[in-house]
Ligand binder design. Structure first.
Ligand code: AMP
Length: 285
């Protein structure tokens, strides 16, 4: 076990020691919640920590920038790393243990096993980032082996990711309850993201257009428009100064595309602002 220099929180980088600590707590009758993150924590992450603290005796946060979920040319090398700051925030919040492994602890040389959850991972985010969800599912399964938590906490910000995780948990009979928390936003509506740190002042303004376009979709629907084509067109106009990758309308709880809004519908989108790729979603109907 290690203590960070800036805080007293329990910091582990060894999978074996982390597993032993988690099992000892569980054998002593304590429930354990896991919040998987890539660090550079903000209030969105901390809302998941709070959800775990409210339900579980002990909360573990993993901080690991998982290389297998980044594609070639993505921002793996520049992803923000601020572990000491993260540890301070987690200690203040009341987290018990932080698992922050090196890449070599998670992926030994010759690693060759990956989790493929099928069609829910192939559309939208999966189409734009073809190996992304394979990497996410694989690392979350590995984290759940190392930290066999009673509950695991994810954010609605990554809507499609929550479907991928639920599918894996169901298909592989994983003994964990999946919890999903709402999106936490900045005052101007921008969904909190570690990647927002990349944005310049003017890009930050453009970033707000994602939320504005989702609110526009909601307004059009509330005024009687149900056709996805018409709403998409208006959203694209609102997003004209960004580079839209996709706008998806899917029945709530699925990635099944709809062409008209007839019930609760998730509107999910990805757009580039400068070099930064942002995602957001909102449910209407
Ligand atoms: P990341 O560090 O980006 O991999 O995110 C770790 C977890 O935090 C994921 O389950 C995300 O969905 C969740 N998360 C990230 N941003 C937010 C946000 N703004 N609101 C709620 N959850 C979030």
């Amino acid at each position: 076990m290690a203590r960070s220099s800036a805080s007293n929180i329990r910091l582990e980088s060894s999978a074996a020691e982390t597993y032993a600590a988690v099992r000892a707590a569980q054998l002593a009758g304590e429930s354990v919640g896991l919040v998987p993150t890539m660090g550079a924590l903000h209030e969105g992450h901390l809302s998941l920590v709070d959800a775990s603290l409210a339900e579980c005796d002990r909360t573990v946060v993993s901080v690991f920038v998982n290389p297998t979920q980044f594609g070639p040319g993505e921002d793996l090398a520049s992803y923000p790393l601020v572990l000491e700051q993260d540890l301070r925030l987690l200690e203040e919040r009341g987290c018990w243990l932080v698992f922050a492994p090196q890449a070599g602890e998670m992926y030994k040389p010759g690693h060759g096993t990956y989790v493929d959850v099928g069609s829910v991972a192939t559309l939208y985010e999966g189409a734009c980032r073809p190996t992304h969800f394979r990497g996410v599912a694989t690392v979350v399964l590995k984290l759940l082996q190392i930290i066999p938590a009673d509950r695991a906490y994810f954010g609605r910000k990554d809507y499609q990711q929550t479907l991928v995780i639920r599918k894996m948990v169901s298909d592989l009979n994983l003994p964990v309850e999946v919890r999903v928390s709402p999106i936490v936003r900045e005052a101007d509506g921008l969904a909190m993201s570690s990647r927002n740190a990349y944005l310049s002042e003017s890009e930050r303004q453009q970033g707000c257009l994602l939320w504005q376009s989702l609110k526009l979709a909601e307004k059009m629907y509330s005024e009687g428009e149900t056709e996805v084509a018409a709403i998409t067109k208006a959203m694209k106009e609102r997003l004209a100064s960004t580079e839209v990758e996709y706008i998806a309308f899917a029945a709530e709880g699925t990635m099944d595309e709809v062409t008209s809004i007839e019930g609760p519908t998730v509107v999910a989108l990805a757009a580039r602002v400068g070099k930064t790729r942002l995602i957001d979603n909102h449910t209407i109907g």
